[in-house]
Structure formats: C-alpha cells, structure tokens
Ligand binder design. Sequence first.
Ligand code: NAD
Length: 333
Amino acid sequence: MIKVSVNGYGTIGKRVADATLKQPDMELVGVAKTSPNYEAMVAFKRGMRIFVPKESKDKFIGAGIEPSGTIDEMIDESDVVVDATPNGVGAEYKKIYVEKGKPALFQGGEKSNVGEMSFSALCNYDEAVGKKYLRVVSCNTTAMLRSICTVNKVSQVKKVRGTVIRRAADPKEYKKGPINALVPDPASVPSHHAKDVNTVLKDLDIITMAVISPTNLMHVHLLDIELEKEVTREEILKQVLSTPRLVIVPGKAGINSTAELVELARDLGRERNDIPEVMIFEDSIYVKGKEVFMMYAVHQESIVVPENIDAVRAVSGIRESINVTNTSMGIRK
Ligand code: NAD
C-alpha cells in the first residue's frame, strides 16, 4: 500500500484525500490543516487523521479536534505527499520534502520548475514514472492537454488556437470577482495557458487568450486544432468516445450550459457535484479539412483529481494507473 498524505486540505486537497480512500493500493495517512475550521471538523468527524503545525495543537484541541501529530510527523509517515497548499506555499514546503527524501506532487498554481516535470496523465505518464517531484498542471491546462493529446492520436497536432472563458471564483470563495464584468485575463496575448501547455508539449505551436466571467461553476474552452492531415468528424468523435476522462455531451440531451452540467452531476448523485471529465459539447465538434473545432466545459474543482492519483502511482514507480483510477473514481468515457 502506498501511504499518501495531503498537505493543504482545501478545494483540491479534500477531493484528492477522498479519491485516495477509494484506491485499492493506497492508504491515507491523513491531512494537514492549519486552522480548526469547519473543513477540519468534518474531516475529523469522518475519521481522517488531522496533522497540524506544532504551535497550533492547543487551538485544535480547544475546538474539539484531537490532532494525530504535526505536519512534519505526517510527512515522515508518508510515502508520497500531495501538496495542495495555495500558490507558492508548495514551493516553500518542497524544501522539507527534499530534506526528508519524500516524493511529492505539486499543483498547477506553483511555478513549473517546482517539479522535475509538469504532468498530464494522457500525455506523459510513462515519462513521469520514477520521478520524485511532479507538478500536476492546472485545471485549464489539464483539460486542454487531455483534449489535444486525444486528437493527436487521430493525426499529429500542428497548431492550437484556444480561448479560455474562466470562472471568476470557486463556489466557496465569496471575496473574489468580478460579479458584473467580463475581464480579459490578461488583456495581452497569449494568456499563460499556452505557456503551461508547452511545459508538457514543448514544441507545440499554441496561442491562447482568456477572459474571466462572473460564474463559479465551470470554465469553458473554445479550441481550434490544426492537424497534419485531413480527418473526418467521425474519426474525431470515435477517438473521443473511446478515451476515458473525455465525455461527449449529446446534442439531444438538452444540456446547453454549464449550469445544466452541474445539475446533471447533482442528479447523478456525484459527490460534491464533481465532474472530473472534460465535457465536450457534441454539436461543437466541427471539422474542416485539417482543422478541428470544439467547445467543452471544465469543472475546475475536480478535473485535476484523477491526475493527482495517477501522479502518486507514477512517483511510486508504478507503470499502469489510469484505468485503476478511472474505475475506482467512477469516471466515465
Ligand atoms: P484552497 O485555498 O481551497 O486550499 C488550500 C488549503 O491549504 C487551505 O485549506 C489552506 O488552509 C491550506 N493551507 C494554507 N497554508 C498552508 C500551510 N502553510 N500548510 C498547510 N496547509 C495550508 O486552494 P485550492 O483551490 O485547493 O488550490 C490549491 C492548489 O491547486 C493551487 O496551486 C491551485 O492553483 C491549484 N488548483 C486549483 C484549482 C481550483 O479551481 N480551485 C484547480 C486546479 C488546481
């Protein structure tokens, strides 16, 4: 069993912890919390071991949460640490992981040099096997890479032009905005998403633009992918349909928006309304000669969770992961 701990129990961390509990070959050592808030209380009540900064022990005990030890002790007990702390904090923790000789995963908010490589399971799992420090790319980059590497199986991708319509905040974030504007992010081109895709597909000609939109449910991407040779729409559809983690949203389903996608997740009884699959609108797939167009939605809170689980196996030297992760998490094709 791979002993996994989660440092930073927020939006991403809590989902990775739950996914870890579902893996047949993993054991959750525990999660690190810095304050005894409602998230810490729920995790504790659910039986997770809570590890805290040394100086905060009394604060947690006072709040009715008995810590199982310090964050340092949690790291010592772990085979792999999944770091899901806020942007930049992971890079600080890296010194401790290195000092203790512990493999660790970082998230997309960290600079790309925090890991030995940026990770996208469908694009570069094999290359990641045996590495010690991986950065799981961000939600937008994860979705873009899954899509590009899938289309690349039909014909080599030559060029990508993409637009990212970003959600302004996660549902729990009440201080972020905008609430009444569409904001170019940044106003200059290209947006950082292209650069991030290039950390995985180094030679790809890709330019992206991004706009922040006043919504908190999902992102939407508009991609224009140019291929080496002419393909048919059927070939693209067939490839997408046979690739896990990408789902075709049928035109006849009556789903025209991210609001209805999240409602679907609710109706399906998905935990936390999560949608870890890239949701491609069927009718948006359009092929003209060597060009493929598509629009899809990305559930920012959960899309990177399967990749984190795969990355745990990769740094543990395990050559096969994607199918086990998909089955254990109930991920659809
Ligand atoms: P979050 O704020 O929801 O969670 C971060 C957690 O880390 C919080 O619980 C916070 O209390 C805790 N924390 C803060 N300082 C800490 C410390 N010193 N030690 C231990 N824990 C500490 O953030 P998030 O949205 O889960 O983002 C985490 C990472 O994942 C970032 O790199 C982010 O860019 C990336 N990411 C976020 C999303 C998203 O949409 N939320 C999607 C993909 C990737």
